[in-house]
Design a protein around this ligand. Sequence first.
Ligand SMILES: [Zn+2]
Length: 315
Amino acid sequence: MPNVLYITSSSFSGSTLLSFLLNTHPDITTVGEMEGWKDADVNTFQCSCGAVLKTCPYFVKTAGVFEQHNLPFSPNDFGTGYRLVDNARFNQYLTESLPRIRHTRIEKLRDGMLRHMPGFSKQIEQNNRANVLFMQTALALTGAKVFVDADKSPYRLRYLQRLPEINLLPMYLVRDPRGVVTTFMENRGWDAALAMKVWIKEQLDILRILQEFPHSIRIYYEDLCEDVNGVLAQIHRFAGVTPQPFSGDFQAVEHHILGNSMRLDRVGKIVKSERWKTKLSAGDQETIARIARDFIERHRGHPLSDILARIEPIK
Ligand SMILES: [Zn+2]
């Protein structure tokens, strides 16, 4: 039964960088996000190996295996995402977070009901088979022992937890919220307060769902950048492989990782992104600090308070 390391985090928290770093270990393999790169045009989107998706030998081989097993496959949709209905928002209500309610028991009741509804149970079963087949194929193609799924959504952990074919190991990747908030503001047009509140909500979802797992590890993006070998060794041990230090260039190894534009960089060096220091106004930084302080004051001893207190000078 292979170990499957699952990265759960907010977007823009360094999961693509971490995927590349982990993939340099000979016993670990990953394609990054595990549902396929949905917005990619297979005729033009470049895989991190350099080939366009349609001709990338790795994905061509995977497609062949899926065909043998009568499962649909495309490099921009592996069939591994739990999509029960076409409407994205409605699907989120069915498989991830409910509107407004954040309650583990209610979510689990919903999940249990869906699993027993004929139309949905068939779809979930097919997605389960696609996940197991994809992981097995990736391990067979690379000779690795551990598969890394960097899909990020904590809700997906609950589906993977039910697969008897794998041993699931959750890893929580957390980054200074000011870095994430900056990109939320740029990419989604939010103000600092909304971006920070969304970030907090996402961390609370992750922390709540991780309580359902007996073992998990928490990795800070900043620690990864500052002490790459120390943090990698910690993850390697957690995943059950022999720790191996970083070579200094993660692009020296062949990758088929679907992720941000970083995947096409020629030289794989770690560059710690602290753009927020210049991009966030003093007012926005104060807004973020105030929301963080409010949370800490209201939730003493909460794991998220510990995470927030760690960030200078929010204390
Ligand atoms: Zn490729």
